[in-house]
Design a protein. Structure first.
Length: 254
């Protein structure tokens, strides 16, 4: 996507990466619509940031996605960029069956079905635009798993392969597919993550993402330097060591 001149919808942008990316894209001269479930946060964002628009949406609800898509397209017919930001991350212990099933189902619904529903709701409109982008959001954990978040890892791996396949299907159309692959970023995605010394500062992450988009508008994968350790462990031939490092294990998994 070009860094400026777009109309962008970002569901899942009431906090964290989504909100900061929305503000950064707006500052670059894009019309930006943020989406989220909490109307109080949406009202606060539009009040504090004149020019930002907001639409209520719950990506776990097919009806809400369809309603919001209709509203966004009606109110912003120039829409040409969809960023499927909404996502959750849950700690799960699959050695205790009673403790993970509900969490796993919720994670799949939000992280995988949500983006699928969003793309389905917007794809025909985006194909009608002369230059459009679907930006999916996976994770470095799509490529190197964190032991305590199995469902999150799996959904983000699925998003990666979905992005790869959609790009093949949409080749020759006006719609590009770009995949944003964050490392651990200092947000509230997990308890304590904002304070973690391992997490990349949010402002630093968003600034690097904006610079990458500006430098390479047609990039298939948007990768800040910090995520490449996770992304390319297998290609480097040190996948086991990378997994061990992420999970604070010895190279034998202990």
């Amino acid at each position: 996507m070009n860094i400026t001149g777009n109309t962008v919808f970002i569901p899942g942008a009431t906090s964290g990466i989504g909100l900061d990316l929305a503000l950064a894209l707006h500052a670059k001269g894009n019309e930006v619509v943020v989406g989220g479930r909490r109307t109080d946060l949406l009202a606060q964002i539009t009040a504090e940031h004149p020019g930002i628009h907001a639409v209520e949406i719950d990506t776990t609800s097919p009806e809400s996605v369809q309603r919001a898509a209709g509203q966004v397209i009606a109110e912003h017919p120039e829409l040409n960029v969809l960023i499927t930001m909404a996502g959750i991350m849950r700690i799960e212990d699959w050695t205790k069956p009673e403790g993970f099933l509900a969490s796993a189902e919720e994670t799949v619904t939000t992280n995988l079905l949500g983006p699928i529903r969003l793309i389905a709701a917007f794809i025909e409109h985006l194909r009608s635009r002369p230059d459009a982008t679907i930006m999916t959001v996976s994770s470095g954990l799509a490529f190197t798993p964190l032991r305590i978040t199995p469902s999150y890892n799996a959904t983000k791996a699925a998003i990666h392969m979905l992005s790869e396949t959609l790009r093949l299907q949409l080749a020759g159309t006006t719609v590009k597919v770009s995949e944003l692959e964050p490392p651990s970023v200092a947000t509230d995605l997990l308890p304590g993550q904002r304070e973690s010394s391992f997490a990349m500062p949010l402002e630093e992450f968003v600034a690097e993402v904006i610079a990458l988009i500006e430098a390479e508008p047609d990039a298939r994968e948007i990768q800040v330097e910090r995520v490449k350790f996770l992304r390319y462990g297998e290609a480097r031939g040190d996948y086991d060591e990378t997994v061990a490092a992420v999970n604070h294990l010895d190279p034998h998994g202990n």
